[in-house]
Design a protein around this ligand. Structure first.
Ligand code: MG
Length: 385
């Protein structure tokens, strides 16, 4: 398919940190995607919590299935906008690689533990996984991904971290800087990266309703207070008055998902037409062009507020959050006091990367169940599972 002038072209990639010979049959972004799928961190996503702990039920999303859904939504929107689908897929599959065990609770706790040592941000950690922590190649650490994939993975980052990244990056021959530069220059990432952010949001809003209702923590009746859900629920029942049970939920969510996808496509097409970027770099200097219409943005915000109040802060989820916090705090303290308790490869890294950062890397890479087992081994207390 013919890509738009503002789509990332693998032949024009700003390249890899360690130059490599081109692959005979795959583009640079296809190679990135393949490297991500074969990475250790990617396989671990299957045992990492999104909202529900992995052991709470086999049918809930994990970070792996979430990432696959983001990739699917992303690709489908990319194709309609003539953006680069392979790049979107690579970024989507890698976007959560830096997430700690136990979802946001794990990450917030690790950030608090690292307060005196540079903090912990999951987006920066995702980049750290693909740049430094994966050990698969003879000549370099990390996966040596292209600039465009790395830039998309680093979704957000604090100014201070952007400065550190730029200071550490080898000087780029064209003087354009590395992936932290756009935070310093306040430009946008590629349209493919912008798309992944929106696809992420569309995916979790929908699947958290699905998982939330199926877990019994929220109900479809409660969701009638959210106009976006109520509208498609109503529409479903009007067209299928006999429909019952899960099919009502699935059909309502399916319609809601489609409406958001078509809304993003239409709103973005209009924005692209108006801004008319003639190249990837011109698109970076526009405001964010991937977008919902103002009406859909407002509805999506309302849904997020509902999920925050009723699902993410549900007493049962909060109980898990409290346990996760204790486990991560105590694991951090235990490894800091006894680094030899970490896997040998990490124990050896501590002298190079500093002990707190190495402990944070080690904990961040754990699956929920491994973290819980390690916590039990090191403290003698069983909090989970
Ligand atoms: Mg995500």
């Amino acid at each position: 398919m013919q890509l738009a002038a503002y789509a990332c072209d693998p032949a024009q990639s700003r390249g890899r940190r360690y130059p490599e010979v081109a692959a005979p049959t795959r583009t640079e972004y296809q190679r990135d995607r393949d490297r991500i799928v074969h990475s250790t961190a990617f396989r671990r996503l299957v045992y990492k919590t999104q909202v529900f702990l992995n052991h709470e039920g086999d049918l809930f999303r994990t970070r792996l299935t979430h990432s696959l859904e983001v990739a699917q939504l992303g690709r489908s929107i990319a194709r309609a906008l003539a953006l680069n689908e392979d790049l979107v897929e690579a970024i989507a599959l890698a976007h959560d690689l830096g997430h700690t065990p136990f979802g946001h609770a794990g990450q917030d706790t690790l950030n608090a533990c690292m307060a005196e040592h540079g903090g912990f941000e999951h987006n920066l950690q995702s980049l750290r996984v693909v740049d430094a922590l994966e050990e698969r190649y003879p000549l370099f650490d990390g996966l040596n991904l292209t600039f465009e994939t790395r830039e998309g993975i680093l979704k957000h980052c604090a100014q201070s971290n952007a400065e550190k990244l730029e200071a550490l990056a080898p000087a780029h021959p064209d003087g354009r800087g590395d992936v932290g530069q756009r935070f310093l220059a306040r430009t946008q990432p590629s349209l493919e990266a912008q798309l992944c952010n929106l696809a992420d949001e569309i995916a979790y809003n929908a699947h958290d309703i699905d998982d939330g209702v199926r877990s019994g923590l929220i109900t479809l009746e409660q969701l009638q207070a959210v106009p976006l859900v109520a509208h498609f629920h109503q529409q479903t029942l009007e067209e299928h008055p006999q429909l019952q049970g899960r099919r009502v939920l699935y059909e309502s969510i399916r319609r809601m998902l489609s409406a958001q996808v078509y809304d993003v496509i239409a709103a973005t097409q209009a924005a692209l037409q108006q801004a008319a970027p003639a190249s990837v770099d011109e698109a970076r200097h526009c405001e964010a062009l991937l977008r919902f219409s103002p009406a859909m943005r407002a509805q999506s915000l309302e849904l997020k507020r509902f999920l925050m109040k009723n699902l993410y802060r549900h007493p049962q989820v909060m109980d898990m959050t409290a346990k996760a916090k204790t486990m991560v705090q105590e694991l951090f303290a235990a490894y800091l006091a006894a680094p030899q308790e970490m896997a040998p490869s990490f124990a050896a890294r501590a002298s190079i990367h500093g002990q707190p950062r190495t402990v944070a890397d080690y904990i961040a890479g754990m699956t929920d169940r491994f973290a819980a087992r390690e916590h039990e081994r090191l403290t003698g207390r069983k909090l989970w599972g």
